[in-house]
Design a protein around this ligand. Sequence first.
Ligand code: SF4
Length: 90
Amino acid sequence: MVLGTAYVKPEGIVVDTHVKRLAYRLGLTDQTDPVKIEKELMPIVPCKDWIFFGHALIWHGRRVCAAISPNCPGCFLNRICPQRGVAIPH
Ligand code: SF4
């Protein structure tokens, strides 16, 4: 995160708790280990977007796709997101 943000030097994709959760919900990985998640994300996200991708998922995780109560009806990704692991209200 520091290298990418301060020096604009993408060495990889940051996988914190938000990126881990969203990567799973979006169907981008089945892995649970951050290192393995990063290895699966790197080939599908262009290198030039690695820094943005990490920031975008972190912010989306904070603002919309919260751990306990994601706002799927208000999410711009809800038409393409498989919403894996998200409880569907009855
Ligand atoms: S549709 Fe729901 S589960 Fe998918 S990214 Fe949006 S808030 Fe998260």
